[in-house]
Design a protein around this ligand. Structure first.
Ligand code: UDP
Ligand code: MG
Length: 309
């Protein structure tokens, strides 16, 4: 028998926990046929509702259901890492608790592994039911990442992915604190098959990602998988030096020919504020990388457990 570990990050998902379990069980027949045992690891990411209690109830009736409870909210990235660390399975799959990652795709995903792939990943081809500006910025993010990062990050990719042990161990070997799993998946390589599906609406509750949280998340992604913004700062520096040199020559020649009537105060102010803006912007970029480095060298644990069932 092979073992499948299902990792379900949950943050305030009390309503969805039992539904997820039921929906997942619909694959039971398929798993029996294939000789696959399974375990579900609900990772309670410091929920403020009764998520942990709901999982405990399931655990009592079915010992294949496990609970990992964080001491506070550490974020989905930490939840996925914790799940992978504790998973005993030969295969691991990560799924959202809100059923936006349909369990009915699992047989098709296993078929991919049988074809010899190391992992089968999913991506949404539509973003129906999502606010338009959110989709717009998401598209922009993926387009930018394609340009500035050598790591492949697929547009619309979800964290819903079935992997074999080899790939899970590779991901676990990346111990970084600033985790951006969508990038890590691409970075470790291995053969990946992509399945596409239409966006499914969240079953119950609300999304935990507002616009600002997503914006910060995208900055995490950029700093984790590209150093292009740092080069951008350097290029800006060179460009402005060249510009300044040309301007100096121009002013000297003009003064020699036309004398020196004192004027140009408005243009001076404009140039000054433009350049200090660019300078602060570049300093900000530098600051972002410094902050990430700072967090990284502290070597803080990625998550802390309060309870394990
Ligand atoms: N999640 C989590 N910790 C967080 C935020 C979210 O574990 O801090 C979980 C959440 O419970 C869900 C999954 O991550 O199972 C995806 O979150 P959500 O559905 O809110 O995101 P969306 O699908 O809207 O992108
Ligand atoms: Mg969701």
């Amino acid at each position: 028998m092979k073992l499948l570990s299902v990792i379900v990050p949950c943050y305030n998902e009390e309503e969805n926990v039992p539904f997820f379990y039921e929906e997942f069980l619909k694959n039971e027949l398929y798993f029996k046929e294939k000789g696959i045992d399974w375990e579900i690891l609900y990772v309670d990411d410091g929920s403020k509702d009764n998520t942990a209690e709901e999982v405990r109830k399931l655990h009592i009736s079915d010992e294949r259901v496990h609970l990992l409870s964080f001491s506070r909210n550490f974020g989905k990235e930490a939840a996925m890492y914790a799940g992978m660390e504790k998973a005993k399975g030969d295969y691991v799959v990560i799924m959202d608790a809100d059923l936006q990652d349909p369990p009915s795709l699992l047989p098709e995903m296993f078929a991919g592994l049988e074809e010899g792939y190391d992992s089968v990943a999913t991506r949404r081809v539509t973003r129906k039911g999502e606010p338009a500006i959110r989709s717009f910025f998401a598209r922009m993010f993926y387009r930018l990442m394609k340009k500035i990062s050598r790591t492949e990050i697929m547009d619309g990719a979800r964290d819903y992915r079935l992997m074999n042990r080899k790939m899970v161990d590779a991901i676990l070997s990346m111990q970084e604190y600033n985790r951006f799993t969508k990038g890590i998946f691409g970075w470790v390589g291995f053969q990946t098959k992509w399945l596409e599906f239409e966006n499914v609406k969240r079953l119950k509750g609300e999304t935990k990602w507002n616009f600002w949280k997503l914006l910060w998340y995208s900055i995490d992604g950029i700093t984790a998988f590209s150093t292009a913004p740092l080069s951008f700062a350097a290029v800006m520096g060179v460009l402005f030096c060249v510009l300044a040199f040309v301007l100096i020559l121009f002013i000297i020649v003009r003064t020699l020919i036309f004398g020196d009537p004192v004027s140009g105060w408005p243009s001076l102010v404009c140039i000054l504020s433009l350049i200090s803006g660019v300078q602060l912007f570049c300093l900000g970029i530098l600051g972002q990388y410094l902050a990430k480095t700072y967090m990284e060298v502290k070597k803080r644990p990625i998550y802390l457990l309060k309870e394990e069932l």
